[in-house]
Design a protein around this ligand. Structure first.
Ligand code: UGA
Length: 428
């Protein structure tokens, strides 16, 4: 069985390495020449635990190779599409890369094959792709939707331990062949039509985002009524019908998925004439959490003009250098607009951030230098290393009024109070 994977971004690379690990012959197609060179040398271009090992193992076994020449896929049995589907400013999903690739694949294949869409595409896209491109293909191409549910930083774990594998298609044989690719994984395979599979991906991410915005609203309310979100979220999550995950209050969700997918689903709803009020609120609440963090700091410091603030954490979550849609970037912009002097530190994401942070922001590779002479610290990403800071030393190097806004509720409030900090959490 020959598999081709087009677009060796995050999902494409995980899929390529994992299928090669399962014994399939995999050809990865990537047009970014710099990235391609890294891959050919066995250097993993993304920061993902265990992926470098699988990459090299696959190459050594002769099962995994990479090219920028799309025509080499022509004899593949199964072609996965894993190209990017970014957001346009309207919230609409930009499908230009998907269209281009599927159009090209239709002209390249020389024998019957299956095209599997793993890129996140809005419900209805598969039907459009079939009509627009696949019907005119050189050789018969059967279309299957197989959305991914991989978290960054835990992608390999999620690949091998999924809650379910979703396969949407209209041809029984194609569905069977695609589901057989996952036969070494112990998980239920849920089969359905193409549009339902596409919708499953969006509904899953939108629901998880809803949980986060919901708990953030409860946290905001906790502050007003004098309740503690830690206790509330724990007890609420113990109800099996609700579940304890994605109930961590904070400055909101970021990353390349939730913001894009919630906006994309909202767009498609409007486009179809449906007003998805709940989803709109989820998106709005998520942005409000960022403003709220700045508002809280301002309340504690007074006028922010000229105040020195250290923002700890730039990546959208710990364990990754990915800064896409990271709450800390918006917060930094809001702080600068209010006239604050901002310094920042992140264990992994400095290199990526340097390219996009406003020039006024001072970026440090040492946390103690970053906080020196600041009036306040804003914790934006809950990196484990922040758990073991020497708070006495930190306070000695700061200036009054020693404010800490714990945007991820990771610190021990009493401990920081005892050291003499003015501690602010989210709903605590
Ligand atoms: C997310 C989903 O979890 C994956 O299932 C999905 O496959 C992926 O998107 C995708 O669509 O490709 P990911 O973006 O890697 O994965 O990150 P998550 O671990 O889900 O976290 C997303 C954001 O939510 C982070 O900014 C995190 O800090 C925030 N979050 C998460 C909270 O604020 N509170 C929580 O309780 C959980």
């Amino acid at each position: 069985m020959k598999i081709s994977i087009i677009g060796i971004g995050y999902v494409g690379l995980v899929s390529s390495c994992a299928f090669a690990h399962s014994g399939y012959e995999v050809l990865g197609v990537e047009k970014d020449i710099e990235k391609l060179e890294l891959l050919k040398q066995g250097i993993c271009p993304v920061c993902e635990e265990g992926l470098g090992n699988l990459l090299n193992q696959g190459r050594r076994r002769g099962l995994l190779s990479f090219t920028d020449d799309l025509s080499q896929i022509k004899n593949s049995d199964i072609v996965f599409v894993t190209v990017g589907t970014p957001s346009l400013t309207s919230g609409q999903v930009d499908l230009s890369q998907v269209y281009e690739v599927v159009n090209q694949v239709a002209g390249i294949m020389v024998s019957p094959s299956i095209l599997v869409m793993k890129s996140t595409v809005p419900p209805g896209s598969g039907e459009i792709l079939k009509k627009r491109y696949l019907r005119k293909a050189n050789a018969p191409i059967s279309y299957v939707s197989n959305p991914e549910f991989l978290r960054e930083g835990k992608a390999l774990w999620d690949w091998y331990h999924p809650d379910r594998i979703v396969i949407g298609g209209e041809n029984e044989r194609s569905i069977k062949l695609v589901s057989d690719l996952y036969s070494d994984i112990n998980a239920p395979v849920v089969t359905m039509d193409i549009t339902s599979a596409e919708m499953t991906k969006y509904a899953s991410n939108a629901f998880l985002a809803t949980k986060i915005s919901f708990i953030n609203e409860i946290a905001n309310l906790c502050e007003l009524v004098g309740a503690n979100i830690d206790n509330v979220a724990q007890a609420v999550g113990m109800d099996k019908r609700i579940g304890g995950e994605f109930l961590k209050a904070g400055i909101g969700y970021g990353g390349s998925c939730f913001p894009k997918d919630t906006k994309g689903l909202n767009y498609i709803s409007s486009f179809k004439g449906y007003n998805f009020n709940l989803l709109k609120a989820v998106i709005e609440v998520n942005y409000y959490q960022r403003i709220n963090a700045v508002r809280k700091i301002q309340k504690a410091l007074g006028d922010l003009n000229g105040k020195k603030i250290a923002v700890l954490g730039l990546s959208f979550k710990p364990g990754t250098d990915d800064i896409r849609e990271s709450p800390s970037l918006d917060i930094i912009t809001l702080l600068l607009t209010e006239g604050a002097i901002v310094s920042t530190y992140d264990p992994l994401a400095i290199k990526k951030s340097n390219k996009i942070l406003p020039h006024q922001v001072k970026v440090f590779d040492d946390i103690y230098k970053c906080i020196k002479n600041t009036n306040a610290i804003l914790l934006a990403t809950e990196w484990p290393e922040f758990q073991h800071l020497n708070w006495v030393e930190i306070k000695r190097n700061m200036q009054p009024p020693y404010v800490i806004l714990d945007g991820r509720n990771m610190f021990n409030k009493e401990q920081l109070h005892n050291v003499g900090f003015h501690y602010l959490g989210i709903g605590r």
